[in-house]
Design a protein around this ligand. Structure first.
Ligand SMILES: *Cc1c(COP(=O)(O)O)cnc(C)c1O
Length: 495
């Protein structure tokens, strides 16, 4: 299998090259030139296996330059006791037609663990195959969830260091503690006085700083990134849709071959794109329901074909979806059009003018596969309360957005196809918002008090990974101005 760039289809690199490089030099994203096929015979064989075997099977096609034994080692290291469920991504039936695909039983209680527990193994081996035995230094700018998931994934992985910068005033107490108490001999964490954009801009400058490059080179090291445009983060996400389908067949909820819909709370368009790839491969998926919060740029795009980021940015109770530029959408544009020139042109327009329009036939094609909808803050809170009162199921703020849009879709279309709803975070990661949604009042208390109150009201035990944070003292208390970040990187890496 070869990979090309969304902006140049003549590019031809291996999977290991695509993962080691992260982004194509032309600015495009790597994607496979053709997708492997997942027919009923192959699905039937997967029914009898577990998550790890399904991962090896699906990923094997995407990573032909990894040997089967090698891939199995990576998969076993990624999906084991570090997940609180031996199903890894258990499926929980909510209502006659809705099934919650719980993607938050990993070490950081959010769905990013599914990719970031595996990526370090794929990335270090890919680097070894393509650039030799160099140390890979991962730099991450995070607004909260990605940083912790990347730290957990890369901690003590031989041949890597990982440094995470977060906005000192811009993350929750739980998120800050998750990062500042991080274990591992190859990790570093630093708060930055500035917002997320400042932090991300400074990280990008460090990546391209020529002096830094020289210093790294003398140490036989490189910088790399763990952000969500890396193919190595996307491919592992295809697996859980296939696995959820198998679970539905095994549980007698559907017959092999029946179609299901998928509803996904969407920000950077990575998670839902993985479901789309599963559909293109042959997994029987009908509609893909793309759910946004108040930052509803994708809803408008799916409905009108016009992508317009020139709008107010809203801070919401589902912060991991507060995003106006969904980077992975570029891959969808390529798959829809198979026209690299068009993609390069549209992406150029987006960066110059902040807006582009899809040709009408492509918008029709998009709407055939995708339904777009959004959810306001009040509707998010109402969905959390409704879901708990009606079904005794506690969902987080992001998942509530997906449930609300799924219900809108079912009502609007009358489509009663069974639907897999991606449940992307533990509700205890956002205890304050959930508690306020259930009780109708904002307690304004300490986050751990809110967490205990939520546990008490609902009778649900919060993940140990979160509760155990309360008594821990931080290992990392360093903060810096954004101008000081290169110095901090040099100091932490001993450059
Ligand atoms: C990152 C994230 C999302 C959005 O996923 P995308 O792949 O960026 O669309 C949704 N929910 C949670 C909890 C997340 O952390």
């Amino acid at each position: 299998m070869v990979y090309c760039s969304t902006r140049d289809h003549t590019v031809s690199v291996s999977a290991a090259q695509a993962i080691a490089r992260g982004i194509s030099p032309d600015g495009g994203l790597y994607l496979p030139k053709s997708l492997p096929k997942l027919d009923i015979v192959r699905l039937r064989a997967l029914l009898e296996t577990d998550y790890r075997a399904r991962a090896c099977d699906i990923l094997g096609d995407f990573l032909p330059d990894f040997g089967a034994g090698e891939l199995r080692e990576c998969v076993e290291a990624a999906y084991g006791d570090n997940f609180a469920s031996d199903k890894i991504t258990p499926l929980s039936k909510l209502s006659p037609n809705a099934y919650m695909l719980e993607l938050w039983h990993g070490p950081t209680a959010a769905f990013k663990d599914l990719a970031l527990q595996l990526l370090p193994h794929l990335l270090t081996r890919s680097a070894k195959k393509t650039i030799g035995e160099k140390t890979v230094n991962i730099l991450v700018a995070t607004s909260g969830d990605t940083g912790k998931a990347a730290l957990e994934g890369f901690k003590d992985v031989p041949g890597t260091n990982i440094l995470v910068f977060y906005p000192e005033q811009g993350v929750s107490r739980v998120q800050k503690l998750q990062m500042s108490t991080q274990a591992g001999g190859n990790v570093g964490v630093c708060g930055v006085y500035g917002n997320f954009d400042d932090t991300q801009t400074a990280v990008k400058q460090i990546f391209t700083d020529p002096q830094m490059a020289v210093k790294l080179d003398t140490r036989d090291a490189i910088f790399s990134s763990a952000n969500s445009i890396n193919w190595g983060r996307l491919a592992p996400q295809i697996v859980y849709y296939v696995s959820a389908y198998c679970e539905m067949v095994n549980g007698g909820e559907i017959e092999l071959g029946d179609s299901v819909n998928v509803a996904v709370p969407t920000g950077n368009f990575g998670n839902i794109l993985a479901a789309y790839y599963a559909k293109l491969m042959g997994l029987p998926i009908g509609r893909l329901i793309c759910a946004s919060n108040q930052n509803n740029v994708l809803t408008d795009f799916i409905r009108t074909g016009i992508y317009d980021k020139r709008r107010d940015f809203h801070m919401t109770s589902s912060p991991s979806m507060d995003i106006l530029i969904s980077s992975n959408l570029e891959r969808l544009l390529y798959n829809l059009s198979e026209d690299d020139r068009l993609v390069a042109d549209l992406m150029g327009r987006l960066s110059r003018e902040g807006v582009y329009e899809l040709p009408a036939p492509l918008n029709d094609k998009l709407k055939a596969d995708f339904y777009g909808g959004f959810c306001t803050e009040a509707e998010t809170a109402a969905a959390i309360k409704h879901t708990f009162d009606e079904y005794n199921y506690l969902c987080d703020t992001h998942t509530a957005v997906a449930l609300k849009v799924y219900r809108d879709y079912a009502k609007e279309t009358g489509d009663s196809t069974k639907t897999i709803v991606a449940s992307t975070a533990s509700p205890f990661k956002f205890a304050g918002s959930i508690l306020a949604a259930l009780t109708g009042k904002n307690s304004g208390e300490d986050e751990f008090k809110q967490l205990r109150a939520l546990a008490e009201i609902t009778g649900i035990v919060p993940p140990v990974n979160i509760t155990e944070l309360e008594g821990k003292s931080p290992r990392f208390a360093q903060t810096c101005a954004k101008e000081e970040m290169p110095g901090v990187v040099a100091q932490m890496l001993g450059l």
